[in-house]
Design a protein around this ligand. Structure first.
Ligand SMILES: *Cc1c(COP(=O)(O)O)cnc(C)c1O
Length: 389
């Protein structure tokens, strides 16, 4: 008989009942060190006091009014994001998938309003992940996401990851946008080289094409800058954000320049819940904490500690691990044994990691993990690796 919950997830046999900082407590009272952070969502760990306060204060005042009315929390968060980034304007969603949907609509509508409706194609990269809606799986392509869901949405062209010549070959008078994760997350913590992001920016400037960065996983301080593309010194025209921005409360956003957003006039898009007062109260607090340069400096310092430790782990367990990849606190261990076995061995040591494609184990701790917790995590990963030898 089919379970009451649709069985689309391969769940680990563990149930958590509370969380505090980098730790989760299971039903039996045992504690797990969380290096997955709900897949880069719990950017400030579990039950951060300032986020609990922001949420409960708002919950006592007003939960929902709809976007028929002005929402001050939404305006405050949008203004903060505009102040911190390339963007002139922000639309709030509840998820990364919905951010993808708007990014696609915005790009197409931009050229429609410019009198070039034939420019509707989006070039995307193999191994990408942009969500699970039909547009999102059509944009990412790939057998694993799309099998059995045809007909897919037309208008997406796929090129090998980080292949600039393939991008040039795919460009045409139909191209509206290029869509890329500065660091592929689900694809296996694969960073796009800075030089590639700069070349994409040049190509887009030369041809009027819109550049869309999907920073749903790599954004919000994850790499040690507020957004990952800052390392490359280029900005997109449209950017998708979600995961970390809500710190665990569902929230996503599309950030855009005035030019890119020109087609999105009143009535062209909307959302019942997107940008509701609860989500935005939490999102504003998350953003205030993470955008603080002192906080980001700490993320970079801790990232150095963790990376050095993981490099040591790879050196001492070279039959289990091949290499460390990624940036900041968005790290991946490329495995020689099955990544699923490494994640399972971690459960036995009460440490949580997340598998990704390309036989990679993702290490995505809360951004405010302590030095002691990093040391403890490395000891537990060492024990997990030893158990596989
Ligand atoms: C998780 C993710 C998404 C989809 O976000 P949801 O909130 O699950 O809809 C899109 N893009 C990237 C890069 C992601 O990591």
């Amino acid at each position: 008989m089919i379970p009451a919950v649709l069985p689309t997830y391969n769940r680990a046999p563990v149930t958590f009942v509370r969380g505090e900082g980098s730790w989760l407590t299971a039903e039996d009272g045992s504690r797990y060190l969380d290096l997955g952070a709900g897949i880069a969502v719990n950017a400030l760990g579990h039950a951060h006091p300032a986020l609990v306060a922001a949420l409960t204060e708002q919950a006592q005042k007003l939960w929902h009014v709809s976007n028929l009315y002005r929402i001050p929390q939404q305006e405050a968060l949008a203004e903060r994001l505009v102040a911190e980034t390339f963007a002139d304007t922000v639309f709030f969603t509840n998820s990364g998938t919905e951010a993808l949907e708007l990014a696609v609509k915005m790009a197409r509508r931009h050229f429609f309003e410019a009198g070039q409706p034939e420019r509707h194609e989006i070039i995307a990269f193999e191994g990408a992940f942009h969500g699970r809606s039909i547009a999102a799986i059509s944009s990412a392509g790939g057998e694993k996401l799309t099998r059995g869901f045809a007909p897919l949405l037309p208008g997406f062209v796929h090129v090998p990851f980080a292949d600039i010549e393939a991008v040039r070959a795919a460009l045409s008078e139909r191209t509206a946008a290029i869509l890329i994760e500065p660091i592929q997350g689900e694809g296996g913590i694969r960073p796009a080289p800075d030089a590639l992001l700069r070349e994409l920016r040049e190509i887009c400037d030369e041809t009027g094409t819109l550049l869309i960065f999907d920073e749903v996983q790599c954004g919000m301080g994850r790499t040690g800058r507020l957004f990952a593309h800052e390392w490359a010194g280029v900005t997109p025209d449209i950017m998708m954000v979600a995961k970390g921005i809500g710190g665990g409360f569902p929230l996503g956003a599309v950030l855009a320049t005035e030019r890119a957003a020109a087609g999105m006039t009143a009535g062209t898009h909307g959302s019942t819940y997107g940008g509701n007062p609860l989500a935005c109260a939490v999102g504003l607090k998350v953003t205030e904490i993470i955008a603080d340069p002192a906080f980001l400096a700490e993320v970079n310092r801790k990232a150095g500690l963790l990376r050095q430790g993981l490099e040591g782990l790879v050196a001492s367990h070279d039959a289990v691990f091949e290499e460390v990849r990624g940036a900041g606190l968005m790290l991946g261990l490329k495995c020689r044994v099955s990544n699923a076995d490494v994640v399972s061995a971690g459960y036995a040591q009460h440490i949580l990691t997340v598998p990704a494609a390309d036989n990679v184990v993702r290490v995505l701790p809360p951004l405010n993990i302590s030095d002691e917790e990093i040391a403890e995590a490395l000891a537990r990963l060492d024990a997990a690796a030893a158990s596989l030898a």
